[in-house]
Structure formats: C-alpha cells, structure tokens
Ligand binder design. Structure first.
Ligand code: ADP
Length: 255
C-alpha cells in the first residue's frame, strides 16, 4: 500500500526565546485526515508549536511543510491562504458582531470579488455577496448554529461560543485545522458534542491537530498522539501506546 500523504511535517524545529528553549529539535509528521493530539505538562511547548505552525512565531531552526510545500516563516495571513486555520485557547471572536457575521467575515474570498468591484458591475457584486451569505448559512447549519445566527456570542452558553469559533475557523475551508484546548470550560455533554464535530470535520477530509488537557477526550478522539515535555518530543504513538509509556507517566507525575 502507498503511504498516506503527509498534511503537516515539522522537521527538527527549535524555538528559543532569549535564553529559554521552548522547543528543541521537534519533529513530527501528520498524515492527511488524521486527528493528532498534542499533549504534555504546562510549559512543555504545545502553544509555541501551534504558534510556529500558524506563523505567529518564526522557528529559530528547522522547517515546516504543509502538503509537502515549505511554509517556514510565512505570515499567519499567508498561511491561512495556504489552508491553515486555528482556534485559540482564549476565545477570539468579534465581540460586537453576531454569530452570522463572525462566520461571514471569515469566509474565504476569491479574487473574483475584486474584479467585479473594479469593473463596477453592481449586479455581479450583489450576486457575489449573495453567494457569500448563502455559504455563511451553510456553515451555521453544519455546526448547529442556525438558531443562534443573530445572537451576540458572549451572551450565549460557553459551549456554543466555542462552537462558533470552530465554525469561524472552518469558514475559510482549511485543509489543516489547529484546535487549542477546545474542551476547556465545557461540560460533559458539550465535550461529547465537540468530539462529534471534530470527527465530522476529519471525515470531510480535513486534517486536525488538537492540543487538549482532557485525557478522556484525547484518548477517545485522537488517532495518534505526540507527547511533549520540556520542549522535546518524549513519545509519539497510538493512544494505547502512549498511555503505557513510562516516560509519559514520569513527565506527568513531575508536573
Ligand atoms: P504549553 O503550551 O505547553 O503550556 P508554551 O508553549 O506556552 O507551553 O511555553 C513553553 C515555554 O516557552 C514556557 O517556558 C514559556 O514561558 C515559554 N514562552 C512561550 N512563549 C514565549 C514568549 N513569547 N516569550 C518568552 N517565552 C515564551
């Protein structure tokens, strides 16, 4: 059988902040359509790794490849055009916009809009705007948010707000979705719903990398887990393999 295509490859990435080494020679490879978990004690480098992948930090050394293409050092904006979307540990939604408008502003826009606007063809611009609105409604429906479309996110239950953030990330039609602690602050039912949503995203062909502290969720959701400790990869394998790895047990006991 031919090996699965690699969606994301991190090759010997090191990230230093002044004297502090946040990531040291980190390598990992995520096949297309995998749900990859990134776990590790506080301060082990998980968020730094996400910031390197999504272009918020430039690595001190090493390479990042997306679908086989070198993307090291590209800006977050360029990387979003290359197909990366992410959510943040602390929600980052537009506070004064409705749920619908939060999704609408994130929809990927083709160049076509500019051409029509430049040529001043109002009927074409109107048609384009209508198609964007239609796509926003599709995204809202897909994530069970249609009933909340006109609401302001911060007035909604926290679990719904988290779902809006995932919907907004998915509105850009990414090929790689990075989720930073998506279960933080969710109750048991909401965690179950989140797992269903992440699986449906994967089933639609998107590769998912998730940082998560909820071990029950990580073990049941992820196909493969990478464990960081002190900025290094200390284990990498299936949930069952990682759970019994003595280095992992030791890293967590020392947390
Ligand atoms: P985790 O997400 O696993 O808790 P982080 O990636 O946030 O770990 O942090 C790893 C290490 O890098 C920590 O020691 C943290 O203090 C440090 N660090 C992260 N970002 C910065 C920064 N912008 N400047 C200086 N140090 C940082």
């Amino acid at each position: 059988p031919t090996p699965a295509r690699t969606a994301l490859e991190i090759d010997q990435v090191t990230k230093r902040f002044k004297g502090l080494v946040a990531l040291q020679d980190v390598s990992l490879s995520v096949p297309v359509r995998e749900i990859r978990g990134i776990v590790g004690p506080n301060g082990s480098g998980k968020t730094t790794l996400f910031n390197v992948i999504s272009g918020f930090y430039t690595p001190t050394a090493g390479r990042v490849r997306l679908d086989g293409n070198a993307v090291t050092g590209l800006t977050p904006y360029r990387l979003s055009l290359e197909g990366i979307a992410r959510t943040f540990q602390n929600l980052r939604l537009f506070e004064d916009l409705t749920v619908r408008d939060n999704v609408l502003v994130a929809l990927d826009r083709t160049r076509t809009s500019w051409i029509w606007r430049y040529l001043a063809l109002p009927w074409a611009v109107a048609g384009y705007d209508r198609s964007l609105r239609g796509r926003a409604e599709e995204v809202l429906q897909r994530f069970g948010l249609s009933d909340f479309a006109d609401a302001i996110p911060r007035l909604l239950p926290y679990g719904i707000q988290r779902r809006v953030e995932i919907a907004r990330a998915m509105a850009s039609s990414p090929s790689l979705l990075l989720l930073d602690e998506p279960a933080a602050g969710l109750n048991g039912d909401e965690v179950g719903r989140l797992a269903e949503i992440v699986r449906s995203i994967r089933d639609s062909g998107v590769t998912v990398v998730v940082i998560e502290h909820n071990m029950g969720l990580v073990m049941s959701l992820c196909d493969h887990i990478t464990v960081l400790s002190g900025g290094r990869v200390i284990a990498d394998g299936s949930p069952d393999e990682v759970a019994v790895d003595p280095r992992v047990v030791e890293a967590y006991l020392g947390d």
